[in-house]
Write a protein that binds this ligand. Sequence first.
Ligand code: FES
Length: 117
Amino acid sequence: MSEADGHPGQWVDLCPADAVEPGTARTVIIGDHPYAVCNDAGRFAVVDNTCPHAGGNLGEGVVRAGRIVCPWHRYEWHLATGLSFAEPFPRRLRVYPAKVEAGRVLALIDGNSPNPR
Ligand code: FES
């Protein structure tokens, strides 16, 4: 339990905030798990790097208006909820609580995401 935030899990340092340009995402691997750090006009989000549709690399996606656009088939995933805008899709993109501290992007990573698949 992270006492400061009231969530189970641990805040993990993923990368410098200035390493992710606005409108882009970047893949960061922690352990053996790839995450996509997203910069939506200065607001940061962290999601699973692997697109739930067919495995696209979301770290190469475009980020805009609270969404990340998968580079493979252009599904758009809501960064707050993990829902797809493209069409009703049975799986959500996994979303992690994120914050920036001292110029670093951190995510609350545990085995119990708010959006379990
Ligand atoms: S793999 Fe991402 S939209 Fe198809």
